[in-house]
Design a protein around this ligand. Structure first.
Ligand SMILES: Nc1ncnc2c1ncn2[C@@H]1O[C@H](COP(=O)(O)OP(=O)(O)OP(=O)(O)O)[C@@H](O)[C@H]1O
Ligand SMILES: [Mg+2]
Length: 371
């Protein structure tokens, strides 16, 4: 089991309160069984783990449930990487997460260290067998706080097998509904197509993250996707909140900058802060660990941690942050990461950014805060 410990300050940030409040919760027994460690000077100190982080989420009233579909019918854009790393980054901030693998390639399943060939029941059975329930397929992963529904090759046959099922777009939503209040976040990793399986995931979600590779921008792929979202709204009255996540951004390439600008213009208010090219994202799953655990100081780790903090913010705070142009947000993030003192006196434009920064800060748990 990969466990994580937390400082008092981290718990306060997770709860959105002062450290004194967390200490009061601990004193009054609200933090459960707090571990103890003997310091070199002979004194005892508290060791906080996931249980304390999770309780702080609840005590601070920060357990806003999210159901998020990671979708793009284009292959290799970073869907699985995002599902895996976001799930881990959410668990790192005390959220209980269910990660659902819906791709026959089972890359999310193997990222968690499971061998799909040796698993009996998977998401394919959940979708096709009436008597298979979520409890039968959910696995506890090695990362504290994360459960997973694995996938396997049987998913290839699901499309035809559910062809004649009543309400075939709602199978997943119906089966998982009883779990919605058991997890702070449910994250679906979709296959690279707009099959009925993907539609099932969309119907079971409230929002979607569309990873878009900035090395080749496919307007066609995005417009097919947005048409699908519109269709779901028109036919099923299912309204999805759509976020675009630029991935594999390499700022040395002009094209990446041009694509980011084009995305920002076409989807103003919907573009998440980009994830840059980082080879640690390729290395981490080989160790069966998310980058946030294997390489916590890496750029990708910080960027996905930021995405997780964004995901759990209250809706109005999220929108405030997203209403800022991408370039302004980038400056705010850089400032938070490098420290104010390096920046000198702000000019007019920067002064405006400072105001914006004040606006989006959320009681100790804001998006721009460095890890
Ligand atoms: N930010 C990044 N920097 C570098 N490599 C990345 C980044 N994001 C993803 N990758 C790598 O790109 C490849 C494709 O990523 P991933 O498997 O997440 O895409 P996908 O959209 O799930 O693909 P598929 O459509 O086949 O399911 C993987 O090798 C992954 O490690
Ligand atoms: Mg994938």
């Amino acid at each position: 089991m990969s466990t994580k410990t937390y400082t008092l300050e981290e718990l306060a940030s997770i709860a959105g309160v002062e450290t004194s409040e967390v200490l009061a919760w601990e004193r009054d027994g609200y933090l459960g069984e707090v571990g103890r460690a003997n310091e070199e000077d002979g004194r005892w100190r508290s060791v906080y783990g996931f249980e304390q982080a999770e309780r702080c989420v609840e005590l601070g009233g920060r357990g806003i449930p999210r159901r998020i579909c990671i979708v793009n019918q284009k292959g290799g854009v970073g869907k699985t990487t995002t599902a895996f790393t976001l799930a881990a980054a959410l668990a790192d901030i005390g959220r209980r997460v269910l990660a659902v693998d819906l791709d026959a390639q089972a890359n999310l399943t193997t990222s968690f260290g499971f061998d799909p060939d040796t698993i009996d029941l998977t998401s394919a059975d959940l979708l096709t067998e009436e008597d298979v329930m979520p409890e039968d397929v959910i696995l506890e992963t090695a990362i504290e706080g994360i459960h997973a529904i694995p996938a396997d090759i049987k998913l290839c046959a699901v499309e035809t097998r559910i062809q004649d099922t009543m309400m075939r777009e709602r199978i997943l939503d119906t089966k998982l509904a009883s779990l919605y209040d058991r997890y702070h976040a449910i994250v679906y990793d979709c296959p690279p197509n707009l099959s009925r399986i993907t539609i099932n995931a969309l119907v079971a979600s409230q929002e979607v993250i569309v990873p878009v590779e900035t090395q080749s921008y496919s307007i066609k792929a995005i417009s097919d996707l947005t048409n699908t979202f519109s269709l779901l709204k028109a036919k099923m009255h299912h309204d999805l909140l759509v976020w675009i996540l630029p991935t594999k951004v390499d700022r040395r390439m002009r094209l990446a900058g041009d694509i980011l600008d084009a995305l920002d213009e076409a989807f103003r208010g919907r573009i998440l802060d980009p994830v840059h090219v980082d080879s640690n994202l390729i290395r981490a799953p080989l160790l069966c660990e998310p980058v946030t655990r294997a390489f916590p100081a890496s750029r990708a780790s910080l960027e996905y941690a930021r995405l997780a903090r964004f995901v759990v913010l209250p809706d109005d705070e999220r929108q405030k942050w997203m209403d800022l142009p991408l370039s302004t947000r980038r400056k705010v993030i850089e400032r938070a990461e490098h420290g104010e003192e390096d920046l000198g006196l702000p000019d007019d434009e920067e002064a405006e950014d400072e105001e914006a920064e004040d606006d989006v800060a959320v009681d100790g748990e804001n998006v721009s805060a460095s890890a």
